[in-house]
Write a protein that binds this ligand. Structure first.
Ligand code: SF4
Length: 341
């Protein structure tokens, strides 16, 4: 088994069930995550018996960087998994530190009309080691400390919920990746039952929702998931999340020309979020050659922003970081694989 497929608690029970001590797990984890040692033979405080057991049962396996696209504000990495599947992650250099956007699945079945990742149908969920591996691989490759993580790359994280829960445990454990809960954000397209489950975990982890439309008519056209979970149900689930966690929810809204960028849409969206602990992030769309959808022009985006502002909505326009790379998430992999719909 790959060592990165264990949470601390799982390693503790694995060792105890094999006759070793619980504290051995912490010793091993400290070598790996704090000292970056990837050879059990070099872990000098472990017994010979334990080292030989570990060498027999557990191995170290990292992800491979196979392509990097760099720009001033963001680098995009194409990573290869051990079954040759490929995923992407993006490192962004903010004023407050490095932030990594990680993928949660190989491909995605949610089929959002504007999304390059959705063209690559889901092949499988990422394992814990592949979620953690993205963080370790990029921070080792660039020799930087990553201070925040968003799970917003390829895939729907809540469709890989169990591994995302374990990932949260590894990321936020101060002996492992050690990033505070408030610096970790999970983004969902709106799988309502999982929003409730996530809320019930009562972590301080942030939640972002890809809403992208202020009503069901528009959302049905651009997001298949809306046929299963209507906007009203999503908003009710978000209210529940806020009541349980008192955390502010981010509403992601991609600005699509002539689809969701009218004044009426801005008013409708304002009414939807008004008075709630929510903040709207307007995202200029990254056009791709594969879709007819176009990006709203800067004037429209500013006007939409102003209408939300005048309705006292917390709103920002997302700084574009990936536009001059292979544009939005999924494109580096799609280009590499010559993907066609
Ligand atoms: S936007 Fe997210 S949920 Fe929708 S298809 Fe793309 S990766 Fe999947």
């Amino acid at each position: 088994m790959n060592i990165y497929d264990f949470t601390l608690e799982e390693l503790e029970s694995f060792l105890v069930s094999n006759g070793f001590k619980k504290f051995n797990a912490t010793q091993i984890i400290e070598w790996i995550y704090e000292k970056n040692v990837k050879d059990f033979n070099l872990m000098t405080n472990l017994s010979k018996k334990l080292i030989s057991f570990l060498n027999e049962k557990i191995y170290f396996e990292d992800l491979k960087v196979i392509k990097v696209e760099k720009s001033t504000l963001a680098n995009k990495y194409l990573l290869e998994l051990n079954d040759n599947n490929k995923i992407e992650c993006v490192l962004m250099n903010h004023d407050y530190g490095y932030s990594l956007c990680v993928s949660s699945q190989v491909g995605c079945n949610m089929g959002c009309a504007f999304c390059e990742s959705g063209r690559l149908k889901k092949v499988r969920d990422l394992k814990l080691s592949e979620l953690v591996g993205q963080v370790l691989c990029v921070s080792n490759y660039e020799k930087v400390r990553i201070s925040s993580i968003v799970v917003m790359g390829i895939g729907e994280p809540f469709d890989n919920f169990e591994n995302i829960k374990r990932f949260i445990s590894v990321v936020t454990n101060n002996k492992m990746i050690n990033i505070g809960q408030r610096h970790l954000t999970i983004s969902t397209c709106g799988l309502v039952p999982k929003i409730y489950e996530f809320a019930d975990l009562e972590t301080g982890v942030n939640l972002a929702i890809s809403l992208h439309a202020p009503n069901n008519e528009i959302r049905n056209r651009i997001m298949k998931v809306n046929r299963a979970y209507k906007i009203e149900e999503v908003m009710k689930a978000l209210d529940y999340y806020i009541s349980k966690t008192n955390r502010r929810v981010t509403i992601e809204y991609i600005m699509l020309n002539g689809i969701n960028d009218s004044d009426e849409c801005a008013i409708e969206l304002s009414n939807l979020v008004k008075g709630k602990l929510m903040y709207v992030n307007l995202i200029p769309y990254n056009e791709t050659s594969h879709f007819e959808l176009k990006r709203s022009n800067d004037f429209k985006i500013k006007r939409f922003y102003d209408i939300l502002k005048s309705n006292n909505i917390n709103v920002t326009i997302r700084k574009e970081m990936g536009g001059n790379l292979s544009a939005a998430c999924g494109q580096l992999r799609a280009n590499q694989e010559g993907c066609e719909k």
